[in-house]
Design a protein around this ligand. Structure first.
Ligand SMILES: *Cc1c(COP(=O)(O)O)cnc(C)c1O
Length: 392
């Protein structure tokens, strides 16, 4: 059957017409607890009053002007992202893949502008996901996603995630950048070891390459710090953001040090929509909430509550999880049963989660999730554990 929506997704037969906080309401009247958050995107839940207000006010004033002009909302957002990160400069775009494309362009152009045009190689990691454009598919490590879309943009290589020796063996004076997700998302939720991240920083410096972090999924408070790299105390030269940045409004960003962005002079890159007043009103509203005193501390506390609640469920049902991993409110559950079976059963109990690589199920609740909502999610997981045990 030909569908007017190109069938690139195998869609679940539910449609929602309303969301409030951590809950989604389906057109058939059912209510779901949303621990997928539009894939780590609705960082403040659904219909957060402050976001609604700020976006409504902006919508009544001005939507879009293009980057031919100064955009005060964009300037303010860039200032705030820089004040609260390693970066000195920001390029705005509309999605994670576009942010990673921009990050790769910044890195290669840096070397070109500094008299090393042959520095083009990019070293990425096994299991990595960086988006669905041609270049970000090359940076990612999924043959399945690349199949049929050749020829591939060249200059990308993969080394095993977490293995510093293999990374160092791949380095050389032709490497433009090392690219990594500090917490791998789509690959199955694998936090990078802090020593490993320090080792990547040292290798990048030693070989004159740039270090690029893809925090599209793990950034914007998801792990309990604004940036996942803060846990390790290792700053990159370039970082890609999207997902949680707009709280559900499409916006992406490439953050860089002044030095790393030294090749990005007028005319080198662009995006018609990137950082328009609407997107920046949404992202500034997200930052208003996330930068308020105590917000990220609460995310850390809720993350700890979630991890210990999951450990308790795992202890009561030893056959359920092979592994519980992650950081803050970015959790991967590797079950013994197929992840498809686990998430389908969870949905039947009113809990929405999202799948990932390595047969994992991802829990990505809104950062505003309450303890009682976590308890409710645990009850659903416990019920599924009981069903799986009864079926075994
Ligand atoms: C989702 C994701 C992307 C791609 O983001 P899109 O907005 O879908 O283009 C890139 N990198 C990481 C780590 C992601 O999780």
């Amino acid at each position: 059957m030909v569908t007017t929506v190109m069938p690139t997704y195998g869609r679940i037969d539910i449609a929602f017409d309303r969301g409030e906080g951590s809950y989604l309401y389906a057109t058939d009247g059912r209510r779901f607890l949303d621990f997928a958050s539009g894939i780590a995107t609705n960082s403040l839940g659904h219909a957060h009053p402050h976001l609604v207000k700020m976006v409504q006010e902006q919508a009544a004033k001005l939507w879009h002007v293009s980057n031919l002009y100064h955009i005060p909302e964009q300037q303010r957002l860039a200032d705030r992202l820089c004040e609260n990160s390693f970066a000195n400069t920001v390029f705005f775009c509309n999605s994670g893949a576009e942010a990673m494309e921009g990050a790769l362009k910044v890195a290669r152009k840096y070397h070109f502008a500094n008299g090393e045009p042959k520095r083009e190689r990019v070293i990425a990691c096994s299991r990595a996901f960086h988006g669905r454009t041609l270049a970000t598919l090359s940076a990612g490590d999924s043959d399945k996603y690349r199949e049929g879309f050749g020829p591939r943009p060249g200059g990308f290589e993969h080394v095993p995630f977490g293995n510093l020796n293999e990374l160092r063996a791949a380095m050389g004076d032709d490497v433009a950048a090392i690219v990594i997700e500090p917490v791998q998302g789509e690959g199955g939720i694998f936090p990078a070891d802090y020593h490993y991240l320090h080792g990547l920083r040292a290798a990048a410096d030693e070989f004159g390459a740039l270090l690029v972090f893809d925090e599209v999924q793990c950034g914007m408070g998801r792990t309990g710090k604004l940036w996942a790299y803060e846990w390790a105390g290792v700053a990159p030269d370039v970082m890609a953001l999207a997902k949680g940045l707009g709280g559900g409004f499409p916006v992406g960003a490439v953050l860089a040090t002044e030095k790393a962005a030294s090749g990005m002079v007028p005319g080198t890159h662009g995006s018609t929509y990137g950082g328009n007043p609407m997107a920046c009103a949404a992202a500034n509203a997200v930052l208003d909430v996330m930068l308020a005193d105590g917000f990220l501390d609460q995310v850390i506390a809720r993350g700890e509550y979630l991890h210990s609640a999951l450990a308790a469920v795992g202890a009561r049902h030893p056959g359920l999880f092979e592994e519980i991993r992650g950081k803050g409110l970015m959790v991967g559950l590797k079950g013994h049963a197929a992840n498809t079976e686990i998430w389908t059963r969870l949905r039947d109990h009113g809990l929405l989660v999202v799948g990932a690589g390595d047969n994992a199920v991802r829990l990505l609740p809104p950062l505003t999730v309450s303890e009682s909502e976590i308890d409710e999610a645990m009850a659903a997981i416990e019920a599924v554990a009981g069903e799986l045990e009864a079926a075994a």
